[in-house]
Design a protein around this ligand. Structure first.
Ligand code: AMP
Ligand code: GLY
Length: 422
């Protein structure tokens, strides 16, 4: 089958790489893709959903996979489905689980899914009243999509009130902050759990941990994620069972009952507090960089997982994972996450080590192909070095060996990815 992947990041590259190894897949198209995805398939420059659906129709695309949240929230799945095309992802209605934190929190409350105590409001007075009842730290979130920046963890009541005021006045995040969620701070450890859903049935992928801070030791500013690993030993059978019963099943059932069955990736941001998983947030797509570690762990053909989910037939899929670990280290450009950096040529040493050739690879993200045919670092998160192994330690060692082979001016990465598991 021919497959179309929407997006341009390391996440989409890694999905492409998994599909490239799949003998059911003939050709892969990316739109827009990046400077390296053209080695896995063909990059297109089509943005408009109707034009993309036209392309999928005339080209006989069997499956479209949507990487990022924005086209999902904007309804790409609805456009494709109206045209009778097969697409993996939630409808615009179902994508509200990520598109609106208020929708998500109220949905969790309606279906008794454990989440932090909260209010939603567009009134500053009400916000102040609730803030006064909470202990610090206090969490203030803008309702809408803010590219991962709409959450403030305030260390004092004054700071929380200021954050609420700036969001509600429209100064901080424009319309996305015209309503806010204020919630209690949860103290525990954070997990990224992914369920591939077909509306009724689901497959849970090995649980991952992201590293959101820029610098080793969880210091520095928040980023989109500087590295991840999976599976994490911090999740045992008990936590998986609680996630099934308390979170995933009631969510899928609730979405069905409310007339918006959930198809696609349900990304559950979980805080484990005293052995109980509590939902921090839902996203409706793969995490980036988590996807880059999960794809290499997938033993079954990737097309089977995504296609069966898209057509509502997961119960007839037997999805298997390797009994291995993957660690991914993000290499970012010089001024990430503050501002764009000048393009820098990427040079990769020739890899002689058999161990690395077979058990490590790069997932490319913020890269462009220059007119000279060379690859340049042009984005914030440039690439992810992924190592796979029989233990987390071995996978980590391989990921960092690969990091040592990659050079570009101003490169930066954390030196402690997966530390929580070691
Ligand atoms: P969100 O976009 O809702 O996932 O929030 C971004 C990050 O803020 C999360 O990944 C957590 O690290 C942190 N966070 C969000 N909500 C809470 C909370 N209630 N308690 C503690 N940390 C939180
Ligand atoms: N790595 C976290 C995210 O993709 O939101």
């Amino acid at each position: 089958m021919d497959i179309l992947i929407i997006g341009s990041g390391g996440r989409e590259y890694s999905i492409g790489l998994a599909l490239k190894k799949d003998k059911n897949v003939e050709k892969i198209y990316f739109t827009p893709g990046n400077g390296a995805t053209d080695a896995l398939g063909e990059n297109l420059a089509i943005n408009d959903f109707n034009a993309l659906a036209d392309f999928a129709k005339t080209q006989g695309i069997a499956l479209t996979i949507v990487g990022p949240e924005l086209p999902l929230v904007e309804g790409i799945v609805d456009v494709f489905k109206e045209r009778g095309l097969t697409i993996f992802g939630p409808s615009a209605q179902a994508a509200q689980l990520e598109g609106s934190k208020i929708f998500m929190k109220n949905f969790l409350a309606r279906h008794n899914v454990p989440t932090a105590k909260y209010i939603e409001t567009d009134s500053l007075e009400e916000a102040y009243r609730f803030i006064n009842t909470l202990e610090v730290p206090i969490v203030v979130k803008a309702d809408g999509l803010c590219g991962g920046k709409g959450v403030i963890i305030a260390q004092s009541h004054d700071e929380a009130k200021r954050a609420a005021g700036e969001m509600l006045s429209g100064n901080a995040f424009g319309d996305a902050g015209s309503a806010i969620v204020i919630e209690e701070f949860l103290d525990g450890y954070e997990l990224s759990v992914f369920a591939i859903c077909d509306g009724k049935d689901y497959v849970v992928l090995p649980a991952a941990q992201d590293h959101k801070r820029l610098l080793s030791g969880d210091k520095g500013p928040n980023t989109g994620g500087m590295g991840a690993y999976a599976p994490t030993p911090l999740v045992n059978e008990d936590i998986y069972a609680k996630l099934d019963e308390r979170v995933i099943k009631p969510t899928l059932k609730g979405m069905q009952e409310e007339g918006m069955p959930f198809t696609g990736v349900l990304f559950i941001g979980v805080m484990v507090v005293k052995g109980d998983p509590i939902v921090l947030e839902y996203n409706v797509r793969f995490g980036d960089p988590e996807c880059e570690e999960l794809m290499p762990l997938l033993k079954s053909p990737a097309s089977e997982l995504f296609y069966k989910a898209a057509i509502g037939d997961l119960k007839n899929a037997k999805i298997e994972f390797y009994d291995k670990y993957a660690v991914g280290v993000v290499m970012a450009s010089k001024d990430y996450p503050y501002k764009n950096s000048d393009p820098a040529e990427i040079i990769i040493d020739e890899i002689h080590h058999e161990e690395l050739k077979e058990n490590a690879h790069i997932s490319y993200a913020g890269v462009s192909r220059g007119e000279d045919g060379k690859l340049y670092a042009t984005g914030g998160r440039v690439l992810v070095c992924v190592g796979v192994g029989k233990s987390i330690k071995e996978a980590q060692k391989r990921a960092y060996m690969l990091v040592g082979q990659v050079h570009f001016a101003g490169k930066q990465c954390r030196s402690d990815i997966a530390y929580q598991a070691l």
